[in-house]
Design a protein around this ligand. Structure first.
Ligand code: ZN
Length: 351
């Protein structure tokens, strides 16, 4: 037998082993690379969850068709609706906008207050002018882009919170931060607000024959307020108290939400009618109001969530908890839920 052939066989065998080893190393490297990429993607996904969700929610038509106005509601133009909810209290609706925003105008004998200005798809100022010739002050329930419009009002009041006051400085020019405005999801630039009046939490605003109390109600965001008309027993709750309590965005906090509900229960009448800033059912009428029992049910529900006694009905981000048959909580993923209370001195203490 030829020896050289036998040597070739050995060589071939060793080469085969080498190839197998190299292939195994390569496969291991590819697998490691893929798992690293998946891990990076997962981390970015969790870190950017607020933005990703906002972009998904945005995938809706720009403007819905103009529906016929229901009884008591009138179209101001082909975008805004107007409805008088009580004497001198108007809902200015945007039922064609995908988030169904509702802004409110409270008119006293001397002056008026505009609570929220929507996303600024159209200019709301002519609508206000059509309802009153009195001077009016705009005030926002919070600083998300779908409530501050472009922020251009002759008189603009802002809740007096240290972080906002410090940023606005002596001149009262308040640039909004991307994380508190979120307008990038609809291509809306964060404005610089020119604040002309600072409202202390729990301050009463005199409109002439009408008093409106400013309630500091964080939870949805740290800067959220509500307005309470004590005589009419109407609470305008912005995005803080709606059928869908949302504490899943960058400024949300479950403890602030809980404390605010407690504050409202201690402040408003049991006969209160609560109008939120968004509507969740079809039609042109103002959002279906909530009441005192909804606040009570939500407080009990929040307690159960905080104590870990209420199981989520959906664990996908945002995590859903059914607080009552009417009120749902959308929270951040459990591990990342914020328990922060930024201004404990302004809220009832934890039980
Ligand atoms: Zn909103």
């Amino acid at each position: 037998m030829d020896r050289s052939l036998a040597i070739d066989y050995e060589r071939l065998a060793s080469m085969d082993t080498k190839i197998k080893k190299t292939r195994k190393r390569l496969l291991l490297r590819v697998a490691a690379g893929l798992s690293a990429a998946a891990l990076v993607l997962a981390v970015v996904g969790v870190w950017q969850r607020h933005n990703l969700l906002a972009h998904v929610l945005r995938l809706r038509p720009e403007l819905a068709p103009q529906a016929p106005a229901e009884e008591g509601v009138e179209w101001f133009d082909d975008y805004y609706t107007v409805e008088e909810l009580a004497p001198g209290l108007y809902a200015i609706g945007e039922p064609r906008y995908h988030q169904l925003n509702y802004n409110y105008l409270i008119v006293g004998e001397r002056e008026a207050l505009l609570f929220d200005a929507g996303p600024g798809v159209r200019d709301i100022r002519p609508v206000v002018r059509s309802l009153t010739s009195l001077p009016y002050t705009a005030v926002f329930s919070h600083l998300h882009y779908d409530h501050v419009a472009h922020g251009q009002f002759e008189r603009l009041a802002m809740v007096d919170l240290p972080h906002l006051r410090a940023r606005a400085g002596e001149a009262g020019a308040l640039p909004l931060l991307a994380k508190e405005h979120l307008g990038h999801v609809e291509g809306i630039e964060a404005p610089v607000l020119q604040v002309t009046r600072w409202l202390a939490p729990d301050e009463t605003i005199e409109l002439g024959g009408r008093r409106v109390r400013v309630l500091y109600t964080p939870g949805h965001t740290t800067d959220s307020i509500s307005l309470y008309d004590e005589d009419a027993r109407i609470l305008l709750s912005g995005d803080w108290f709606t059928e869908y309590l949302g504490i899943f965005l960058s400024n949300g906090s479950n403890r602030e939400m809980r404390a605010s509900i407690q504050l409202a229960l201690a402040t408003v009448s049991p006969e209160v009618t609560i109008y939120p800033a968004h509507k969740y059912e079809p039609g042109t009428r103002a959002p279906r109001p909530l009441g005192y029992t909804d606040l009570e049910a939500a407080l009990a529900g929040m307690d159960a969530v905080i104590e870990g006694q209420l199981r989520p009905s959906s664990r996908l981000y945002p995590t859903r908890f059914d607080l009552s048959d009417r009120v749902v909580l959308y929270a951040d993923i459990p591990m990342l839920q914020r328990n922060v209370v930024s201004y404990p001195e302004l809220l009832p203490p934890d039980p």
